[in-house]
Design a protein around this ligand. Sequence first.
Ligand code: NAP
Length: 379
Amino acid sequence: MKVAILGFGTVGVGVYEMLEKCAGLEPGPVLVRPGKADKPFKVTSIEAIVDDPSVGAVAEVMGGIEPANTYVAMALKAGKHVVTSNKALVAAHGIELCELARINGVSFLFSAACGGGVPFLHNLAIAAQSDKILSLGGILNGTTNFMLDAMQSEGKDYADVLKQAQALGYAEADPTADVSGLDALRKIMLACAVAYDKLPVDGFSREGIESITAADVADFQARGLTCRLITSGGPAGDSVYAYVEPVLFPASSPECAVVKNFNMAKYNGENAGAIVLMGQGAGRYPTASAVVRDLCGLGSLEMFRPACVEVRADNSNCVHSYYVRVNADKADRFSFAESKAAGNAVRGVTVPMAVPVMHAIAEDIRNEGGSIFFAAMEG
Ligand SMILES: NC(=O)c1ccc[n+]([C@@H]2O[C@H](COP(=O)([O-])OP(=O)(O)OC[C@H]3O[C@@H](n4cnc5c(N)ncnc54)[C@H](OP(=O)(O)O)[C@@H]3O)[C@@H](O)[C@H]2O)c1
């Protein structure tokens, strides 16, 4: 089958190269911006792809919501399968694009949008057909994992490890989506929709790693703990829970072994038990491999099933004790099980509290000009 590619950047070049060597698939026309068609296989109009009867599938790897959404819809309406690595597109328009694929008798798959090379959504989609998924999530953002690992292993401060991540190409010039937890949140949205037929679109709790300092890392290292940015999802009555926050793990936890920019995706099946998938969550070839894997599985898999609907996430029954570092004059917002003063800050571990309550208190403190770092205590 001939596969057209939309976008010829990091992932697009990798997909092209893999298709050149993949039995049963071959690269077709590649959409680039006007003025950039410097090779015969490059085209500058989407019509040159959707009107080409020799093209059987399209790989959308250009990113962004528009014009990606319009182009994907055009390809599906033209009867072409579509595979994408674009989590922002699927989070915003996944339900309608899956419906459009069904109407036109083609597939719309997006494994690469969640976990890069780690076959998380692919396995989840298969598992959800036969098993009840009790929970899912894990380390789904390689950039923040790299930064937290470097802070812990090298004792560096946040600003230094962010520069390092940018120099290595792990973090973008504007790192906000990664460090704020938005990228991880989009991934858990997709995973919940695949596992539970419910795409959470609001009601989230999201805390990234922007407020962590070298002193915080030194303090919880002294307690034998390691910090990771964790996404969590699962069923919650008629809805799902879905949240992102830093979590502190004891040294024996498998999360501590996830170093550098690696990902660790997990789900827990009622019958299968805990399934853990580890690998590279980003990068040219890992991500391209997930795109091509989907292209090899066209027609055999559905990611958002017909029953999939948008819901408001409900995190109210998710409860953790939290490690908190906060200005001394704001410490009375918390019930600490143990705490100690450190300069004009207080550090301690709270009694168990609901996730949305913790996140709301932190937001209030920041709105008042205060400073806070918090992380859930694992278990
Ligand atoms: N990189 C990763 O490791 C990774 C991992 C997982 C998922 N993803 C997802 O994969 C997608 C692509 O990421 P990437 O890292 O490959 O991005 P990238 O390196 O910026 O490549 C995107 C390419 O698409 C082109 N493009 C954008 N809009 C276009 C348009 N309207 N017409 C023609 N070409 C257009 C860009 O051209 P210009 O350069 O001229 O703008 C660029 O060459 C994103 O959705 C990203 O979130 C990436």
